[in-house]
Design a protein. Structure first.
Length: 173
């Protein structure tokens, strides 16, 4: 049986169990036990996580962005610039292609937050998503537009203003 590797932050952790349920009997689902946090952290861990996932991967589905665009980590500015974010995404792609050259990659866009969420804002998330979409287009990587899905269904954002409700996790899966 092939494996679907889910790499990403706490949004991925939220929808991973439902993804595993939906794929039961058709594919195994792997995700690192830890939160893959921001893109530089994912770059640091991607080789080990993919080794742990195995060689027989059907697809690598991956996201980063909420931590990268978060102002809490770096005062009043995002943790990294959109340009740094884009450059790191390219480096992650290179690492994935080095270890799993024939495995399709899908990148999931960063989900929106409630407008009054103090640590992130949707304008910055939009700029980071725009940068990611340019990178993924350049690299011929498929997009799973979770941002559009959640924007159309804001009730999928949990009371903590950033994570997804059970219904949001089911829709993302």
């Amino acid at each position: 049986m092939k494996t679907v590797a889910l790499i990403g932050d706490s949004i991925r952790i939220g929808y991973q169990p439902e993804t595993a349920r939906l794929l039961r009997g058709r594919a195994a689902v792997y995700g690192p036990a830890e939160n893959c946090r921001f893109a530089l952290y994912t770059l640091w861990g991607i080789s080990a996580w993919l080794k742990e996932a195995g060689k027989d991967l059907a697809v690598i589905h991956w996201n980063n962005g909420l931590w990268d665009s978060c102002r809490r980590l770096h005062g009043h500015e995002p943790f990294v610039t959109a340009e740094e974010y884009g450059n790191t995404l390219r480096r992650i792609i290179a690492q994935i292609r080095f270890s799993h050259p024939d495995t399709p990659i899908i990148f999931a866009t960063t989900t929106p937050v409630w407008p009054d969420y103090i640590e992130n804002d949707n304008a910055t998330i939009g700029a980071f998503n725009a940068r990611a979409l340019r990178v993924m287009s350049d690299e011929n990587i498929e997009i799973n537009d979770l941002h559009a899905l959640i924007t159309k269904n804001p009730s999928y954002i949990a009371d903590d203003k950033i994570h997804l409700t059970p219904q949001g996790c089911a829709a993302a899966a």
